[in-house]
Structure formats: structure tokens, C-alpha cells
Design a protein around this ligand. Structure first.
Ligand SMILES: Cc1ncc(COP(=O)(O)O)c(C=O)c1O
Length: 399
């Protein structure tokens, strides 16, 4: 029998994706200023990014990056454990650990790499990893990479998590959850999960990609917001690419666990270290996030303005008090149509479809930044009302 060509299968998959309205296209940003981006010669207000505090273009952050690049060059030139680890990396790790009141932090190339590395390094065949069903893809991928048994529980369901842990009482266990869910904007029940982890002797890992900088006292994230520390949450992921406006991520927590990650995470050992200039930029962002509390206050005001307006208009809001404000539209094609209409009216909003979200749960993922003005929020509400009405609803929203 003739071996089937990979390309044939790929062509079939591509056709299926197109037919289902699931094909993805990149857009090309030509420039940005404040909350606006220039796209194919037009200015659009950006409600699709994660620069929640508006730090990505801050002059202090840019200057820190330029100065460090002038001293150290652009690339780090090697893996951290060979000769790619600079004093900027160490300083950032120390500052983030101190900020969160944890013993130690370890800097990775990105949040995705960190989650793969943490789970692969700490888990193994025979161990179990219990995760919320809506956790970010990289937590799920990390569990698969580690070859442990992955067990998922219904979204936010602490009893479900308990049942899953109790199916394997003999196995070393990790309980892993997003702190703020990236496509829903809601919060994990961290206090209850911390109690469960203690009762079940499981290690609790919280991915706080979307909570850090935004929530909790001084912007210390969802773990601090729940009144917890590294004592209850021995490992936490802090990403630099969202509220902190940069790139990279740190795993923060207990000394022994961080050391185990450093020794064994393949995505730490076998990859080039983050450029030291990126670490320097993150240090500047961190100082601003700590010093300029007005950014968080402004965000809270804009989020409640948006929610009030959307409720009055009867828009399909989801339960979220964070800057991630999804509108559940259900059908992928409808989500794409509404996003396209918004774009013609100068607003950039992401249409999120399966497999990023479950089948029948396509949505607009509106994200609010401290850079937005009240007038821009009002304009968004106005255009959303018209665009949602114009794109006929379908009945396939799954509760
Ligand atoms: C919850 C969550 N975890 C991890 C990541 C990955 O982080 P990074 O973008 O730094 O790779 C993301 C990013 O989309 C995320 O939303």
C-alpha cells in the first residue's frame, strides 16, 4: 500500500477548518500609540490586547530596554545554565520574588515555556495532575509532556477537583488552575482550592498570567487577592507579556520546588535565555506597576462603566469583574461577523473560536486597558449594540 502523503491530510483539515469558519488569519500592526493601533493605514482602538496597565510603550520601560541592550547587546547568546544568565535576570527574579513575598523566582522565556517546564519537571509517570477544564492550553500540554495522568474537573468546581484527586490517593499530585481565566475573565476559587490542596497533600500551582499587576493588593495578583501566599500556593506563574507590557514569565514560590524546576525543566535547560534587555524592561515595568496605582483604579472604573452599559443594552455579558470582558455569541461565524463590523467602525476586538473555547461558545473577547478613555468605552458600547443586532443570533449557545 502506498503511504498517504502528509500534505493530503493537511489539505483536508484546512478545507474542514475553512468550512467551519475556524480558519485563522494574522493581522499586521503597522504602529501603535496609546490605546490605538494602525492597521492597513487605519487607526483602530485596540480592545484585543492584554496590555492592561498600558506599560508596553512607557518611556521608562523603553529606555531601560535600550540602555541594557547598549551594555549587554541584543541576544543573551546562550542558555541560562551555560553563559546566558545576566545580572538583569537575577535582579528581576529577586525583585519579583520579594514583591510577592516568596523565597524565590525563576525566569523563563515565556509563560508557555514555563508551564511546560514546571509540569514536566515536577510531575512524572505515576503522578496525577488535576486541572480546571478551562485552564490555558499550556497547562494541559505541560501535563501531557510530563506523562502524568491528567484529570480535569468542571470549571470552578472544587468538589469536582476533590473527586478527581481522590481517585488516586496513592499518587503524588498537583492541583493546577488559572487564577484569572484567559477567555472568560472569571476567577478561580483559590481559597477553597488551597484548602483542598492542603487536605489532599497536593501541590497547588496557580497560573496568574492575567491576574498579576491587575488584581489584589498592590497588583500582586489573584493569589494575594484571595489572601494567600506561597505557603498555601507554593508555585505561581507570573507572566511579563500582559499587564507588565513586556515578554517572558517567572515561576515564583518555594525554594525546593523552584530549584527542582531549574534542574530539570527542559524548556529552561535547552533554550536560549531571555535577552537581558527584556529583563531590564520588566524591572522598569514592575516599578511602575508598584508605584502607579492609578492605573489599576482607572481600570476598575472603565470595567464597571463597560459592564453597566452592556447590561443596559442587554448584551450577552459573562460573569467577570476583570479587564477581560467576553460577550458570548455562541456561533463562530457570528463572532467573526460582529468583529468584522466593529473593525469597519474603528474598533479592534478579538473573535475567539474553538478550539480556544469550547464548541458553541464562540465569543468576542473584549479587553480593557488603563490606556482607554471613557469616551472609547462608550463608543465600543454603541457599536456593539448595532453590530450584535445586525448579525442575527443563532440558537447554539451552550450554557
Ligand atoms: C492563562 C495563561 N497562561 C499562560 C499563557 C502563556 O503566556 P505567554 O504568552 O507568556 O507564553 C497565557 C497566554 O496567552 C495565558 O493566557
Amino acid at each position: 500500500m502506498k503511504r498517504p502523503a502528509l500534505a493530503e491530510r493537511l489539505a483536508t483539515l484546512a478545507a474542514e477548518r475553512r468550512a467551519a469558519g475556524l480558519e485563522r488569519r494574522r493581522i499586521e500592526i503597522e504602529g501603535r500609540e496609546g490605546a490605538s493601533v494602525r492597521l492597513y493605514g487605519r487607526e483602530l482602538v485596540n480592545f484585543a490586547g492584554n496590555d492592561y496597565l498600558g506599560l508596553a510603550q512607557h518611556l521608562d520601560v523603553i529606555a531601560a530596554m535600550q540602555e541594557a541592550a547598549a551594555v549587554h547587546g541584543v541576544g543573551s547568546g546562550s542558555a541560562d545554565l551555560i553563559c546566558g544568565h545576566y545580572k538583569e535576570h537575577t535582579a528581576l527574579e529577586r525583585e519579583v520574588a520579594d514583591w510577592l513575598g516568596a523565597p524565590r523566582a525563576l525566569l523563563f522565556g515565556s509563560g508557555y515555556l514555563a508551564n511546560l517546564g514546571v509540569l514536566q519537571a515536577l510531575l512524572h509517570e505515576g503522578a496525577v495532575c488535576v486541572q480546571d477544564k478551562l485552564n490555558h492550553a499550556c497547562l494541559l500540554d505541560g501535563a501531557q509532556l510530563s506523562r502524568c495522568e491528567l484529570k480535569r474537573y468542571p470549571h470552578l468546581d472544587v468538589e469536582g477537583a476533590m473527586r478527581q484527586l481522590q481517585t488516586r490517593p496513592e499518587a503524588p499530585a498537583m492541583l493546577a488552575t488559572d487564577g484569572v481565566f484567559s477567555m472568560d475573565g472569571d476567577l478561580a476559587p483559590l481559597k477553597e482550592l488551597a484548602l483542598l490542596a492542603r487536605a489532599e497533600n497536593a501541590t497547588l500551582y496557580v497560573d496568574d498570567a492575567h491576574g498579576i499587576g491587575v488584581m489584589g493588593p498592590g497588583g500582586r495578583g489573584s493569589v494575594a487577592h484571595a489572601g494567600l501566599s506561597y505557603r498555601e500556593v507554593p508555585l505561581q506563574l507570573v507572566t511579563l507579556g500582559k499587564a507588565l507590557g513586556g515578554y517572558g514569565a517567572l515561576v515564583v514560590g518555594r525554594e525546593d520546588l523552584i530549584e527542582a524546576v531549574l534542574q530539570a525543566a527542559r524548556t529552561y535547560l535547552f533554550t536560549t535565555a531571555l535577552p537581558p534587555s527584556i529583563a531590564a524592561a520588566a524591572r522598569a515595568s514592575l516599578r511602575l506597576a508598584q508605584k502607579e496605582a492609578w492605573r489599576r483604579f482607572k481600570l476598575v472604573g472603565l470595567v464597571s462603566r463597560f459592564r453597566r452599559g452592556a447590561q443596559q443594552l442587554g448584551l450577552p455579558l459573562m460573569e467577570s469583574d476583570t479587564p477581560i470582558q467576553p460577550l458570548l455569541l455562541g456561533d463562530s461565524k457570528r463572532a467573526v461577523a460582529v468583529a468584522a463590523t466593529l473593525r469597519t467602525h474603528g474598533l479592534l476586538v478579538g473573535a475567539i473560536r474553538p478550539p480556544t473555547v469550547p464548541e458553541g461558545r464562540a465569543r468576542l473577547r473584549i479587553s480593557i486597558s488603563a490606556l482607554h478613555s471613557e469616551a472609547q468605552i462608550d463608543q465600543l458600547l454603541d457599536e456593539l449594540e448595532k453590530a450584535c443586532k445586525a448579525a442575527a443570533p443563532t440558537s447554539d449557545i451552550q450554557a
